[in-house]
Design a protein. Structure first.
Length: 451
């Protein structure tokens, strides 16, 4: 059995190691140079590889191919593989064959990283033997070589789901579906919806499916598909039971014969979007029989990942918040909705075909000023120029912070929530967020606003 791995990142190298451990003839190919750590791993393991090219004669003779989620299905090499009838699968699909663990899979256009980390935290702090993998953390494939975990919490992107066929999830979470990555789906939103709904494939009647019932694409697709699973809606509007909902600051869930209520004010995650994330994580934990008190304790001790509504510091009594991960309009909507102070909104970057009309209501309610941080800010300025009293423009993150200090009053919030990709001025959203935090920190440590 010849296993070819396309892509030499975390998932690809992990799949190569698992393939070797299971007796495959493994070859890894990456069109780009490999990172030094992955290069060393392959060399130490004695796994043949190439970098900087794809040699077709070494790839098209594969029995099976594991493809990096970053490689589109439409590239010529993948099309050739499929034309030859060679299966092309994801690392998740490959690794799932070799684990006896129960699997929780979490997807959605927004919120999946927070929900994945929180679900993992709830199981981990309850004493469960649980692993974290998928679109986050260490390679799933590498972790199942010895298969020591009883549970896995998997963050699943649409790209990973696209190349999953036989994997069965015991609990699946679909947080929302909003337009994103449409360039990978022929600019057809239904194709993207279909991709997200692959999370349901192979589930059994007694498996658990958790979904946000106010998300219209999800609601419409569920009405059409009518999946045979234990379906649990989460809601910000309706007191659903079974399921989970938010009412008067109280998070309430019912899973089969179990009910749980906890006040959200006491919890570290704020805003309606995080209420949904917490409800989903609570239900997912309940589906794995995590005790109620352990869930309550875990919720209280959770710390979210960086760049997601992350406090960055206070200058002149203006709170700075780093939400650099908010790379689409839907994420920004939830971030702005959670503001309870006048907000100076810092946005911009590489526009992904954004429709900003969704933000009209929250802009009118919360935003006092807009700072555009990008190389080309025309679309933001054209849309919001007559909607926001003060609009400023910069291509420098330090200047953006200084403008926020200049425009702000004590009690205001300066929120970096870009609604756009970061690649015009930064390496990625982490780089954008880190630079933003570093500027705020340097001003705080310097003891002066600099203006």
């Amino acid at each position: 059995m010849r296993l070819v791995i396309l892509g030499g990142g975390e998932s690809g190298v992990g799949a190569a190691l698992l393939g070797q451990a299971k007796g495959y003839d493994v070859f890894l190919s990456d069109r780009s140079p490999l990172k030094a750590t992955y290069l060393e791993t392959l060399q130490t393991a004695g796994i043949p590889f190439e970098e900087g090219q794809h040699t077709e004669s070494l790839i098209l003779n594969a029995t099976e191919v594991v493809k990096s989620p970053g490689i589109p299905d439409t590239v010529p090499l993948v099309l050739k593989l499929k034309a030859l009838g060679i299966p092309v699968i994801s690392e998740i699909e490959f690794a799932a064959r070799y684990t006896q663990a129960k699997l929780i899979g979490i997807t959605g256009s927004n919120g999946k990283t927070t929900t994945t980390l929180l679900t993992y935290h709830l199981l981990k702090t309850a004493g469960y033997n649980v692993g974290l993998a998928g679109n986050i953390g260490d390679s799933f494939a590498k972790q199942v070589i010895n298969d020591t975990f009883d549970y896995f919490v998997l963050e699943l992107s649409s790209f990973q789901l696209d190349s999953m066929y036989e994997t069965r999830l015991n609990t699946a979470v679909l947080l929302n579906i909003t337009p994103d990555h449409l360039d990978r789906y022929s600019y057809n939103f239904q194709n993207y919806v279909d991709s997200k709904f692959r999370i349901l494939q192979n589930m059994h009647l007694d498996d658990t499916f958790i979904y946000f019932q106010e998300n219209e694409p999800t609601r419409q697709e569920l009405a059409r598909r009518k999946p045979d699973v234990y379906a649990l809606p989460i809601s910000l509007v309706t007191a659903v039971s079974p399921g989970g909902y938010l009412h008067d600051g109280l998070l309430s869930t019912r899973f089969r014969d179990r009910s749980l209520s906890i006040h959200s004010a006491a919890l570290p995650l704020k805003g309606p979007h995080n209420a949904l994330n917490m409800l989903a994580a609570i239900l997912a934990a309940q589906s794995m029989n995590v005790p109620d008190q352990a869930i309550i304790n875990g919720l209280g001790t959770f710390q979210n990942a960086a760049h997601r509504m992350e406090p960055a510091g206070v200058i002149n009594k203006i709170r700075f918040i780093n939400d650099s991960k908010a790379t689409n309009v839907d994420s920004v909507f939830y971030a702005l909705s959670s503001m309870n102070s006048p907000t100076i909104w810092i946005a911009g970057g590489q526009d992904k075909g954004n429709d900003y009309s969704q933000l009209d209501g929250v802009i009118a309610q919360h935003v006092k000023a807009l700072i555009c941080l990008g190389k080309d800010n025309r679309k933001l300025i054209d849309y919001f120029g007559n909607k926001i009293a003060t609009v400023r423009e910069t291509q420098d993150v330090a200047e953006a912070v200084q403008i926020a200090i200049e425009l702000g009053q004590p009690g205001d919030v300066a929120l970096l929530s870009p609604a756009c990709a970061s690649f015009d001025l930064f390496k990625n959203y982490e780089d954008r967020g880190n630079q933003f935090k570093a500027v705020v920190e340097s001003i705080i440590l310097g003891g002066s606003s600099g203006v």
